[in-house]
Design a protein around this ligand. Structure first.
Ligand SMILES: *Cc1c(COP(=O)(O)O)cnc(C)c1O
Length: 381
C-alpha cells in the first residue's frame, strides 16, 4: 500500500459493532464481562481503548512498523522509552535536542542514575567515541530544532547495531511522509503527535512505533504500568489529522521552500537555515534520507539585533507568534527568549541560537500571503 493510501486506511477497519466508517469515540473507562475474565478484548481503558487502538494501528502502519503506542504527550512517550533503562545505563544523544527532552533527561532521569552524553552528531563518527560497556541507547532527533541540522539515520543505525544499542529517532519534524526511520534501521520512532501528525494545533499527544514484538511488549507494559495514556477524544482527533498528513506535508514543503528562497534573497537577512539549500552542511544526507525538506526553517537578521528580531515578530500578522509547530497555520518564534531562554546565552550561541534568530513553522496558507506578511514586517526594520 502506498503512503497516501496508508494514511487513510492503514491499520483501519470499520467499527465491527455498527459499521461506522470512522471509529467512534469510545468514551468509556471500563467494559462489561460476561463471566470473570471473559470479555471482547477490552477490560479497562488505561490498558486499551478501541479509539486509541485504531490510532495506534494507524501509527504503526504509516511508520512501516508493526506496533504503535499513543501517550498523553510527546514527553510522556519519551519518558516510557527511558524507562526501558536501568540505573548506571548511558545514553548518547544529540546536543541540539528539543528543550523539553533535554530537561526530562537531565532534571529527572539523571536523578535515577542514568547518564546522558550530549554530542554533535552531524558527523556520526563522533558517536563511537562515547560508547562504553554501559551504553544502551542512541537518541537522534533530525532535523533538529531550531537549527535544522540533519543527522544520518542509517549511519547511526549501523553504529547501534554493531554495538548492540537501541536507536531511537524523534521523527516529529520530518514525519513519516518525509522519512521512515524504522526502514533505515532505527528500533523506536518517537513523535510529538501534537505537531504535524495532529496537524491542527488542537491536541497534545505522543507516540512510539516499533517493529520488534519483544520491544513492543516491554513498551506496552510500561505504558500500562506508568499510565501516561491519551484519551479517546484526542485519539480520534489525531487519527483524523493523519488522514490528511500527506497533502498537508506536500503543501508545508512547497510553502517552506518558497519562504526559504524569499528570505535567502532578502538584503536584510543574514543566514537562512533550511536543509533544502545545496549549501546547507548536511544537504546530501537530507536528500538521501528525506523525500522533501519540510516546512520548518530559521533565519537571522544582519547585524544580529535582538530588537529588530522582536520588531519583526511583533508585526507579522499571518504568522502567529506562538510556541509549537506543525499545524496548518503558520507560526513564528524567537528561540533565544522562548524555547531556549533557560539555556545560558553562551551555551545557546555555541549551537547558533543567537539573538536575531527567528524560527518559522510555515503553514499551508497561500504562499503569496506568507511572503507579503514577511515583506511588510521586514520593511519596518
Ligand atoms: C514538541 C516536541 C516534543 C515534546 O512533545 P510534547 O507533545 O510537547 O510533549 C519532543 N520532540 C520534539 C522535536 C518536539 O517538537
Amino acid at each position: 500500500m502506498d503512503f497516501n493510501t496508508k494514511v487513510i486506511h492503514g491499520g483501519q477497519q470499520h467499527d465491527p459493532s455498527t459499521g461506522a466508517v470512522m471509529p467512534p469515540i469510545y468514551q468509556t473507562s471500563t467494559y462489561a464481562q460476561s463471566s470473570p475474565g471473559s470479555h471482547k478484548g477490552y477490560e479497562y481503558s488505561r490498558t486499551a481503548n478501541p479509539t486509541r487502538t485504531a490510532l495506534e494501528n494507524a501509527l504503526a502502519s504509516i511508520e512501516n512498523g508493526n506496533y504503535g503506542l499513543a501517550f498523553g504527550s510527546g514527553l510522556a512517550a519519551i519518558d516510557a522509552v527511558i524507562k526501558l533503562l536501568n540505573p548506571g545505563d548511558e545514553v548518547i544523544s544529540t546536543n541540539d535536542l528539543y528543550g523539553g527532552t533535554y530537561r526530562l533527561f537531565t532534571k529527572v532521569f539523571e536523578n535515577f542514575g542514568i547518564k546522558f552524553h550530549f554530542i554533535g552528531m552531524d558527523n556520526t563518527n563522533n558517536i563511537e567515541k562515547y560508547i562504553n560497556d554501559k551504553t544502551k541507547m542512541i537518541w537522534v532527533e533530525t532535523p533538529t530544532n531550531p537549527m535544522l541540522n540533519i543527522i544520518d539515520i542509517e549511519a547511526s543505525a549501523n553504529i547501534a547495531r554493531k554495538h548492540h544499542l537501541r536507536l531511537v529517532v524523534d521523527n516529529t519534524f520530518a514525519t513519516p511522509y518525509l522519512q521512515l526511520p524504522l526502514d533505515l534501521g532505527a528500533d523506536i520512532v518517537m513523535h510529538s503527535a501534537t505537531k504535524y501528525l495532529g496537524g491542527h494545533s488542537d491536541v497534545v499527544m505522543g507516540a512510539l512505533i516499533v517493529k520488534d514484538k519483544n520491544l513492543a511488549d516491554k513498551l506496552y507494559f510500561i505504558q500500562n504500568a506508568s499510565g501516561a495514556i491519551c484519551g479517546p477524544m484526542d485519539s480520534f482527533l489525531v487519527l483524523r489529522g493523519i488522514k490528511t498528513l500527506h497533502i498537508r506535508m506536500q503543501r508545508h514543503c512547497e510553502n517552506g521552500k518558497a519562504v526559504a528562497e524569499y528570505l535567502e534573497s532578502h538584503p536584510k537577512i543574514d543566514k537562512v537555515y533550511w536543509p533544502g539549500f545545496e549549501n546547507h552542511p548536511n544537504h546530501e544526507i537530507a536528500k538521501k534520507q528525506m523525500k522533501d525538506f519540510g516546512g520548518m526553517l530559521s533565519f537571522t537578521i544582519k547585524g544580529n539585533s535582538y530588537d529588530k528580531a522582536i520588531k519583526v515578530l511583533e508585526n507579522l500578522k499571518v504568522f502567529t507568534l506562538a510556541e509549537s509547530l506543525g499545524g496548518v497555520e503558520s507560526l513564528s518564534g524567537h528561540p533565544a527568549s522562548m524555547t531556549h531562554a533557560s539555556i545560558p546565552k553562551e551555551e545557546r550561541e555555541k549551537t547558533g541560537v543567537i539573538d536575531s534568530l527567528i524560527r518559522l513553522s510555515v503553514g499551508i496558507e497561500s504562499k503569496k500571503d506568507l511572503i507579503k506578511d514577511l515583506e511588510k514586517a521586514l520593511q519596518l526594520i
